[in-house]
Design a protein around this ligand. Structure first.
Ligand code: BMA
Length: 332
């Protein structure tokens, strides 16, 4: 891989402070990351992954999902209790099948809130979708076949159908991790199909391992802006973070999909939008060098990207929306 392209784009400004960490959480918390965030009805809303255990001892025991609210999207009040965990699927799957769920993304659609997330089950990881009206009770809607995760729902129907981006993990046909970004359609949010490959890992010059949807799509004047994650693997990388060997680096990419046929790429960046840099992104956390975006919002003419750093905390970066759109000008 050409290491010289691994630089954060100059259009990006990192917000200096951490947006959410375990110190903000009033219940047991070791890692707070991969947060879905929306702005709705006058406030910012966050669902975040809360891994329980001990940060200092590098031990994890389980995962639940926390809820936080904010008036500015920067300072957050975390609700006193987590809102759900893997048991939310018991009514659908029976007790004991779902182990945990994580990495929530939120899409508001016709006044209801849809939460897509990864569901680890005894028989593989499945992409799940829940709906809520109040962020208190959550109703299961659908679960994909394994292995699939990183689903994001478009905020409107296209061609009369619901659309989602997703990331299946085809180990049989691709030899090793070569995971691509796909999309599927549904008439009712429950039955999904007509799946199409949108972006293959080999078409991303800064990925050699896998890519996957990050934030739910944002409709812009140029089409659907997609902020996604891209992974490059280097087997010479050694210990970094909590694991004995952490050989991957997670960067952030951007592309634009066609307004009326989002299976088609209008333009993309051939270099990363963001690369792990600085203390919080390269030195701290469970897995260093891992930026993982699960939310992006437009506030005025600014694009906010909320991403995890080190699978440990939530941070934010901003750019002028028009600058990011201009950068997405290359053909696949
Ligand atoms: C992915 C998922 C995410 C995680 C990321 C970076 O494969 O496991 O939950 O944030 O790796 O470690």
């Amino acid at each position: 891989m050409d290491e010289s392209i691994f630089k954060t784009s100059p259009v990006i400004t990192r917000y200096p402070d951490t947006i959410l960490s375990r110190h903000d959480v009033p219940y047991r918390s070791a890692l707070t990351f991969n947060a879905g965030i929306i702005y709705s009805r006058g406030r910012y809303i966050m669902l975040f992954r809360n891994d329980i255990g001990s940060y200092d001892e590098h031990k994890l025991e389980g995962t639940n999902i926390g809820y936080a609210e904010s008036s500015d999207g920067i300072k957050w009040d975390v609700k006193p209790e987590p809102v759900f965990d893997g048991h939310v699927w018991d009514s659908t799957l029976g007790e004991g099948e779902s182990i945990r769920c994580y990495d929530p993304r939120i899409t508001e659609f016709d006044g209801r809130y849809y939460v897509t997330l990864a569901v680890d089950t005894r028989h593989g990881v499945r992409g799940g979708m829940l709906v809520t009206d109040d962020f208190i009770s959550y109703e299961p809607i659908s679960l994909s076949v394994p292995d699939n995760r990183n689903m994001v729902l478009f905020p409107e129907k296209i061609g009369g159908l619901y659309c989602r981006l997703e990331r299946p993990m085809p180990v049989y046909s691709r030899g090793r991790d070569r995971f691509d970004l796909w999309m599927s359609y549904s008439p009712d949010l429950k039955y999904w199909g007509d799946s199409k490959l949108v972006l293959a890992v080999e078409d991303v010059p800064f990925a050699n391992d896998k890519i996957g949807p990050g934030a739910p799509p944002i409709l812009t004047e140029k089409g659907w802006l997609i902020i996604y994650h891209a992974v490059d693997l280097d087997t010479s990388r050694g210990k970094n973070g909590w694991e004995d060997r952490w050989q991957k680096r997670y960067t952030i990419g951007a592309m634009i999909l066609d307004r009326d046929d989002p299976s088609k790429i209008v333009g993309m960046m051939k270099t990363p939008l963001m690369v792990p840099e600085g203390y919080w992104e390269t030195e701290e956390g469970m897995r260093t060098n891992a930026l993982f975006p699960c939310a992006a919002l437009v506030v005025g003419d600014t694009l906010r990207i909320y991403h995890s750093a080190g699978d440990a905390i939530v941070r934010m970066a901003t750019a002028k929306l028009s600058d990011v759109l201009d950068l997405c000008s290359e053909k696949r």
